[in-house]
Design a protein around this ligand. Structure first.
Ligand code: AHG
Ligand code: MN
Ligand code: MN
Length: 334
């Protein structure tokens, strides 16, 4: 299978779980094409004058970078022309974006974080795009928020593109996780890894340690154990990584294992957490579960959360199953 283009992979007649519907194939191809365009824009960087602030802020009060806005527009334009969506929602838009009248309408809803880790742009470090595909309930109106508020278990497809030394697209359709690398010569994503699995054992964790004084007791306890290393209860040394782009941190965990935490803390308590459920936590949690890992807020499985808003925030603890279960146990016990 390795070496298949993304288009051939999606149309593979021998696929174990049955043929994919044509409109889902188109939705995913259009998303991949948009990621390819975002990758090209990122590569031009300062040459195209697209680094720096856009001079605006999003609904979450975060300053938008030019590339946040450019990436959002690339995804919107591609899918308005694509004709297979009912509507879209994004980190960079306050409200849902229904497909305009006069354009072909479809049955899917696409939620996305057009550029994840955008504080990395100006320092030329990895960033990504995260996406989640849902089916619009029959008779629903994609100008409303309600049809988007489905739990992560309802996702039809989820994935991300990571723009690093190479551009990779990682996808789940609910039957494992496969990874594709963008061939810069042909412009095709090519299947380079099938069945990504998170190793059960890990000695690596990812958390923003500068927030330590704001964490709750269960997370203090867990990270304390990791830091104690060989001489502590865990009996082994742990290494730490933090790219400050969830896509890159999750990509590392899908590749070589580990655990990622953006837990509830006193700084983000009023908002419910830092990361956004609908277009960050849900797609990433499904990918991680599909790769054999686990994803929890510490108190409940992320994919089971009944959403209450497009931009809802949640605590996120995901990665190696044994580590996530340990953190969940501490939330029960401590
Ligand atoms: P975004 O750039 O889409 O707003 O997301 C940034 C997120 C996530 O990617 C990352 O893990 C986290 O914010 C980093 O937060 P800190 O700056 O608090 O470390
Ligand atoms: Mn993000
Ligand atoms: Mn973003």
């Amino acid at each position: 299978m390795s070496g298949l283009t993304f288009a051939a992979y999606l149309r593979d007649a021998t696929r174990a779980h049955g043929a994919l519907p044509a409109d889902l194939i188109q939705t995913l191809e259009t998303t991949a094409d948009a990621c390819c365009q975002i990758s090209a824009a990122l590569k031009r960087g300062a040459l195209a004058g697209i680094l720096g602030q856009a001079g605006s802020s999003n609904i979450q009060g975060e300053d938008q970078k030019k590339l946040d806005v450019i990436s959002n527009d690339i995804l919107l334009d591609a899918h308005v022309r694509g004709g297979h969506l009912a509507g879209m929602a994004s980190e960079e838009m306050d409200d849902p974006f229904p497909i305009p009248e006069g354009q072909a309408q479809g049955r899917f809803l696409l939620l996305f974080d057009p550029l994840d880790g955008s504080s990395n742009i100006d320092i030329n470090v990895s960033v990504g795009t995260i996406f989640s595909v849902l089916e619009a309930p029959a008779g629903s109106d994609a100008a409303e928020v309600a049809p988007f508020l489905q739990p992560g278990t309802a996702q039809v497809a989820a994935g991300y593109a990571v723009y690093g030394p190479s551009t990779q697209l990682v996808l789940t359709l609910g039957h494992g996780v496969d990874s594709f690398t963008l061939d810069p010569d042909s412009g095709d994503f090519v299947l380079t890894q099938e069945g990504m699995t998170i190793p059960a054992e890990t000695q690596e964790f990812a958390i923003n340690m500068s927030n330590q004084r704001f964490w709750e007791q269960p997370v203090q306890h867990y990270v304390g154990e990791l830091l104690a290393g060989k001489t502590g209860k865990r009996g082994k040394d742990f290494n730490m990584r933090w790219v400050a782009a969830m896509v890159a941190d999750v990509h590392r965990i899908l590749t070589r294992g580990g655990v990622f935490l953006y837990p509830l803390d006193t700084k983000t308590f009023a908002k419910g957490g830092k990361l956004r459920l609908m277009y960050e936590a849900n797609p990433m949690s499904w990918l991680v579960e599909q790769a054999g890992g686990a994803a929890s807020t510490g108190r409940e499985r992320i994919l089971d959360i009944a959403p209450n808003g497009l931009h809802q925030r949640v605590p996120v603890i995901l990665g190696s199953r044994a580590e996530v279960e340990r953190v969940v146990d501490y939330h029960r016990e401590i």
